[in-house]
Design a protein around this ligand. Structure first.
Ligand SMILES: [Zn+2]
Length: 480
């Protein structure tokens, strides 16, 4: 185009700067030597394509220019090397391109970071996702495993312990699942469409990949996980008198309230008794109240929480639905186990044929397989039993849960310390704030009631709609 005649092309394919003695490069030098006088220019796209070794590249450029009359012309960095300043300039370019090569590995990191910032998960996708190419673009989509993993989040909301979640996932086909992986999955915001990576310095970014669960669901699960570590504080014997310890918060200090006991002065000879108090942990905060006073107020609060008539029907409906869903799940599990059983029977048939009929198997081998299959068979039948047992378990659990919610005051008064705490957490998942100025708990009982229904029913749509006012503030903080 610019009056040059192209004699030969070199490279062209993905020639990386990884190997110094590049074949194409040597072929080009060879070509120049053989065609002495015919070649007067080497065109390259950019100088960093020419060579990676700065000093050697300058020497080579000098040699080519002075001994062979060949100049190097970079399309993207045009320099006139017929004058000294041009030569210097090209030398600089070549030196810089070496520097640039060294920077390249850093650039890969920066490129990765830029991708994360755009919401693109550029590294290996977490379990439950496949990477597919759609219209030339890499997309991360939920795969078959993911459709099973999603159940783990719902189970966590239903109050299932991680260890049981592991068992359930395993029985649905995720053989390699373990407790650590379940925990890792439950706390990974990737599953609700967000990206959190070490390169983002603590920022959480809206991802471009397919969501497995809603953000509300993720937050609920993580509230539960956080709550269980916050509330699972072992109780000293004295604490049975202080059920609201830690659960109750001081409005002024935003700190959990602790409790203590005091000896009551008694006449000589009679038994020693104690008085219990709740106290704010902050020095100088004057919150310090007798247990009787606080418990009275808490009981008044509980008495106001009853299931209103209009809620009973939808609640029963939801419970029924949840029960049926669980049943369906068990049916699926049963079906899967039956398939396993059939498969196993085939294997047993095969080894029997080989040993008894074909004589292709030694007794030793046969015994080995027979024992293994028998234990597998036992394991499967045990799990099948669990399917039916757990469904009747759930029914009674749900029935109890409903009774629970119908009269929280009675449950709290009669229940053990464990029941008291469970009930408290169920009704007020965030704990209860006590305002010492007005001498009362601060709460929105309506929200709490909805929370109970949502929690009992495990209906995510209901949760999203009705818990939105509660979750709203948390969603915002997650976006920061
Ligand atoms: Zn305080």
């Amino acid at each position: 185009r610019s009056g040059r005649t192209v004699l030969q092309y070199f490279g062209g394919t993905y020639e990386s700067a990884k190997t110094d003695g590049r074949k194409e490069f040597l072929r080009m030098i060879d070509f120049i030597k053989k065609n002495k006088g015919k070649v007067n220019e080497i065109m390259v796209y950019a100088l960093d394509r020419f060579s990676r070794t700065g000093g050697a590249a300058i020497k080579l450029a000098t040699d080519l220019r002075e001994k062979h009359g060949v100049i190097i012309n970079a399309v993207t960095q045009p320099v006139d090397t017929s004058n000294p300043s041009g030569v210097l300039s090209q030398g600089m370019h070549l030196l810089f391109s070496e520097f640039d090569n060294k920077l390249r590995s850093q650039r890969v990191v920066a490129g990765l970071k830029a991708k994360f910032e755009k919401g693109i998960w550029a590294v290996n996708a977490p379990q439950g996702y496949d990477s597919v190419i759609i219209n030339g673009e890499r997309k991360l989509v939920v795969n078959a495993e993911g459709k099973i993993i999603v159940k783990a989040f719902q189970w966590k909301i239903d109050g299932i312990k991680n260890i049981e979640i592991v068992e359930r996932l395993q029985s649905l086909g995720l053989k390699k699942m373990n407790k650590m992986q379940v925990q890792r999955i439950l706390v990974n915001p990737f599953y609700c469409g967000m990206i959190a990576h070490g390169m983002l310095n603590g920022r959480v970014i809206e991802g471009q990949h397919e969501k497995m669960i809603s953000r509300e669901m993720f937050l609920r699960v993580n509230n539960i996980l956080e709550g269980s570590s916050r509330f699972n504080i072992s109780h000293k014997p004295d604490d049975i008198n202080l059920p609201l310890k830690v659960f109750m918060w001081c409005v002024d200090c935003a700190k959990p309230i602790t409790g203590y006991k005091m000896k009551v002065k008694v006449k000589k000879g009679s038994e020693q008794t104690f008085q219990y108090y709740y106290k704010c942990r902050t020095k100088g905060c004057c919150f310090n109240k007798n247990v009787k006073d606080i418990h009275g107020k808490f009981e008044t609060l509980l008495a106001r929480i009853t299931i209103k008539a209009e809620f009973i029907e939808p609640l029963m409906f939801q419970l029924e639905k949840t029960f049926n869903d669980l049943n369906a799940e068990n049916k699926g599990k049963e079906k899967y186990l039956k398939e396993l059983q059939t498969e196993l029977q085939k294997k047993v048939d095969t080894i029997e044929e080989k040993y008894f009929i074909g004589g292709e198997m030694t007794k030793e081998t046969y015994d080995k397989f027979a024992t293994r299959y028998a234990s597998e068979k036992f394991e499967i039948s045990k799990q099948m039993e669990n399917c039916t047992v757990s469904s009747s378990n759930h029914k009674s659990k749900l029935k109890r849960a409903l009774e629970f919610a119908c009269n929280p005051l009675k449950m709290w008064q009669c229940g053990s310390i464990g029941i008291k705490e469970k009930l408290q957490r169920l009704l007020f998942p965030e704990g209860l704030a006590y305002d010492k100025e007005i001498g009362a708990f601060r709460t929105n009982t309506i929200n709490s009631l909805i929370a109970v229904i949502a929690r009992l029913s495990g209906d995510s749509l209901l949760v999203q709609m009705q818990m939105a006012p509660i979750l709203g503030s948390q969603s915002r903080s997650a976006e920061k």
